[in-house]
Design a protein around this ligand. Structure first.
Ligand SMILES: Nc1ncnc2c1ncn2[C@@H]1O[C@H](COP(=O)(O)OP(=O)(O)OP(=O)(O)O)[C@@H](O)[C@H]1O
Ligand SMILES: [Mg+2]
Length: 349
């Protein structure tokens, strides 16, 4: 991945370093600022620079020179076609759904998109990934609980549960989960006539506040997964390349298709992330089988992510990969496919 520093970005835009700093500071070109007590360094992945040009409708690099930055960037990066909801799913556990959903969501926020990350897994891993705390009595569970007791759940009640989480370069909103979510969701099955619609009902009320809503789903079939898929426009499948992964994918596919038929909601499988790929490539057979399945199903976005201890580090530090400052270039390499996918979705939207 090509990464431009401040001087290189300035040169590309045909402006001086001070003007370049201003453009980066206002996120007219979204980049990654790394501050220490003595200096600030800017990193602009080339793909983010090109993304800014596309979103701002600039033909040439030097048009940045004339661009008004005083009114900030609001509006210029907003979705033209309204909010989009994307779920990250697999029935198999531990494959990286949470890691990829959370980092993908944060990358969208870095691209100046307004993002809500919804944790639909009672393990609450994506809640804790970024927030490093528990949300007992303060989570999405309470919303389902209220709904099943026929209490009012409106914009205010939902917003009350959403926590903004600020990192150095962007802020992401989180609708957290807690351990008892699974139980409450399953209990609510007998209360509602159309239980699979309930997450969608919640999200509809806050949708206008966001460009993207990213849902982290549990590793099992059940109402939480059905609610998530029903609320989504797109699904991204996350898998590893181990024995049984391919069978698991077929199961998930059947589940998605059945739900689509039953509920009349067509959720599109938009991408496959093959995660935890090892250097030695011992599982190239599985990768090939997964890739073949993706091609047969007409899925255009197929990504691989290498196995790396950075994921665990980032989770333990409760910081998105890209914000974890040490060895930023290496983190960017690991996060590259998630950033590429985020840019594709951001431009499309
Ligand atoms: N590319 C990777 N390389 C190495 N470790 C990874 C990678 N991706 C994720 N991990 C690690 O694997 C573990 C499981 O990841 P994660 O929690 O994202 O999976 P999950 O599919 O959400 O799991 P669950 O099914 O329990 O929800 C975590 O410890 C995470 O840090
Ligand atoms: Mg998870």
């Amino acid at each position: 991945m090509e990464i431009l520093k401040l001087g290189e970005t300035a040169k590309k835009m045909h402006v001086g370093p001070e003007r370049a700093r201003e453009i980066l500071e206002k996120r007219v070109v979204p980049g990654i600022k790394k501050s220490s007590s003595t200096r600030e360094t800017y990193y602009v992945p080339r793909i983010m620079f090109d993304y800014a040009k596309t979103m701002l409708g600039l033909e040439k690099d030097k048009e940045f020179k004339k661009l008004e930055t005083d009114d900030g960037i609001s509006g210029r990066f907003a979705n033209r076609n309204g909010p989009r909801v994307i779920s990250f799913s697999n029935l198999k556990g531990g494959v990286g759904k949470t890691s990829i959903a959370a980092n993908f969501a944060y990358n969208l926020a870095l691209l100046n998109k307004r993002v809500l990350l919804v944790d639909m897994d009672s393990q609450a891993n994506s809640s804790r990934y970024f927030a490093n705390r528990y949300f007992v009595g303060e989570s999405i569970k309470n919303l389902f609980d209220r709904m099943s007791r026929r209490e009012h759940v409106g914009y205010e009640e939902i917003k009350e549960k959403i926590v903004p989480i600020a990192f150095d370069n962007a802020t992401i909103d989180l609708l957290p989960s807690e351990l008892s979510l699974g139980r409450i969701v399953e209990l609510s099955r007998s209360v509602f006539t159309l239980p699979h619609k309930k997450l969608s009902d919640i999200l509809k009320l806050v949708k206008e506040d966001y460009d993207f809503i990213v849902i982290d789903t549990p590793p099992s079939t059940g109402l939480s997964l059905h609610m998530s898929l029903y609320a989504s426009d797109l699904v991204s499948i996350v898998t590893d390349a181990e024995d049984f992964s391919v069978n698991g994918l077929n199961e998930l596919y059947l589940e998605i298709k059945e739900l689509a038929e039953e509920t009349d909601h067509d959720v599109k499988v938009d991408s496959v992330f093959i995660n935890k790929v090892k250097k030695s490539n011992i599982h190239s057979v599985y990768i090939e089988a997964i890739a073949e399945m993706a091609v047969n199903e007409g899925i255009e976005n197929l990504y691989t992510i290498k196995e790396s201890t950075r994921f665990k580090e980032s989770q333990n530090l409760h910081i998105p990969l890209i914000e974890y400052k040490k060895e930023l270039e290496k983190k960017l390499m690991i996060a590259e496919s998630m950033l590429e996918y985020a840019i594709e979705k951001a431009v499309e939207a």
